[in-house]
Design a protein around this ligand. Structure first.
Ligand SMILES: Cc1cc2nc3c(=O)[nH]c(=O)nc-3n(C[C@H](O)[C@H](O)[C@H](O)COP(=O)(O)OP(=O)(O)OC[C@H]3O[C@@H](n4cnc5c(N)ncnc54)[C@H](O)[C@@H]3O)c2cc1C
Length: 401
């Protein structure tokens, strides 16, 4: 629709058509709203990402996404600096492996089918808010809407513009796609590899895809000094990569959730500023334990759409409902995984020993990844089982027994 000033106007403009933006746009369009989706890239586009999607996604996405799954995974091979492999499996899938170009393209197609007006190759340069709505500027034109959703990822322009005092930590990560052609998957096509000792305060991973392995390292709890050296060491230590050509890794930040750091401005929210609301990586909705963000991008996109559709007259009410939904469903689990991450990444060798001794606890955590339980429900039982053992292992480590 055009307004009196020749602008095209929408109910909602979504900046960024990654998993968060495409999911929100599709749901809002299905709900009957006029939605414009803008992305600076043209899809399908490469995205630096391991592409590991926890199986809890089955509870929130229609099964059609399986058409772009490369591999179902039902086991994790843990190692410590390439040594002492420990395979722990589940009878059911714990994760799906996707290539982000295909997966994100699938979600964008879903939004298109739902009626979203999608413009790719349209980078947003600036956004202005006024009492009537928002105006979003791109090199190709300006667009108006009642509200704007910032789904523009870890380097979000929407967040920089409307949350200028935000100073949340973004963890550095490196990723490379290693072609295996028709060769063998290592450790296996249905198994991911997690090296607990590969990085300082983080981990190294090998995720199996159809024709390649996604190989990466991330450091989640403090600034890395030389992540490239960490990546090279990881690659040289992993037997499964011997003889394979590992291309130069690409870097991208992972905006892991942290409770205590900077908030937004004005209302004090870290998700809402006037007519702007953040989802996915732009909102730092990434699990602090594994750096998992795709599920939370999709889920936050769904939650914001649900809240907007529930009250199309008053965006303030909708945004408040969205924040309540995050507080009810996502943030309590992040607080728990943050606590677990602090321990594991401070004492990785001890954590590795515990994994071996308490494989049932790991299997219980698989149920969290499967969405059969939550991190909040997992923690008390795990603590009970581990308590005495941690004491024993600490004494052992100090050579007191
Ligand atoms: C190395 C690495 C490995 C990872 N591995 C995993 C993993 O295995 N599993 C997992 O769950 N998560 C993983 N993550 C995290 C995951 O990639 C993100 O959490 C996820 O992509 C977030 O989705 P999103 O939609 O919020 O943002 P994005 O996927 O980043 O999408 C944002 C979109 O916004 C567009 N955009 C940006 N700026 C503008 C602008 N100014 N105007 C218009 N468009 C714009 C971009 O082109 C992009 O398409 C990994 C991250 C990294 C860096």
């Amino acid at each position: 629709m055009a307004d009196g000033h020749g602008h095209t106007t929408y109910d909602v403009i979504v900046v960024g058509m990654g998993p968060a933006g495409a999911t929100a746009a599709a749901a809002l369009s299905r709900g009957g709203l006029a939605v414009l989706g803008l992305d600076k890239e043209s899809h399908p586009r490469y995205k630096v990402c391991g592409g590991g999607l926890s199986a809890r996604i089955d509870h929130v996405l229609e099964p059609g996404f399986r058409s772009v799954v490369e591999q179902s995974v039902n086991g994790v091979q843990f190692v410590y600096r390439g040594q002492d492999p420990l395979l722990i499996q589940s009878p059911r899938p714990i994760a799906y492996m996707v290539m982000r170009d295909r997966f994100d393209h699938y979600l964008v197609q879903e939004a298109l089918r739902a009626g979203t007006d999608i413009r790719t190759g349209y980078g947003v340069i600036e956004i202005q808010q006024d009492p009537q709505g928002v105006e979003v500027a791109t090199a190709q034109g300006r667009y108006r809407a009642k509200i704007v959703i910032g789904a523009d990822g870890a380097n979000s322009l929407v967040a920089r513009q409307f949350f200028p005092r935000r100073s949340q930590y973004r963890a550095p990560a490196l990723e490379s796609e290693v072609s295996i052609g028709g060769g063998q998957h290592v450790p296996a096509a249905t198994t991911i590899l997690v090296d607990v000792g590969a990085a300082r305060q983080g981990y190294g991973w090998i995720f199996p895809k159809r024709e390649c392995l996604s190989v990466g390292v991330g450091e989640f709890r403090r600034k890395a000094t030389s992540l490239r050296a960490t990546f090279d060491r990881f690659v040289s230590q992993e037997r499964g990569l011997t003889g394979l050509m590992v291309p130069r890794p690409a870097g991208h930040p992972i905006p892991v959730y942290a409770e205590s750091e900077g908030g937004g401005q004005g209302v004090g929210s870290r998700f809402v500023a006037g007519r702007a609301v953040l989802v996915g990586d732009a909102a730092h909705l990434v699990d602090p334990l594994f750096g998992e963000g795709i599920y939370y991008a999709i889920r936050s996109g769904q939650l914001v759409a649900r809240a907007i559709l529930a009250d199309t007259e008053d965006y303030r009410e909708s945004f408040a409902a969205y924040e309540t939904a995050l507080e009810g469903e996502i943030l309590p689990d992040f607080r728990v995984t943050d606590r677990i991450a602090r321990v594991i990444y401070a004492f990785p060798r001890l954590a590795f020993k515990l994994l071996r001794r308490y494989q049932d606890v790991v299997k219980d955590y698989f149920e969290v990844l499967q969405g059969r339980t939550t991190a909040q429900q997992f923690l008390p039982n795990a603590k009970k089982r581990l308590k005495t053992s941690v004491n024993d292992l600490l004494l052992e480590a100090l050579h007191l027994r």
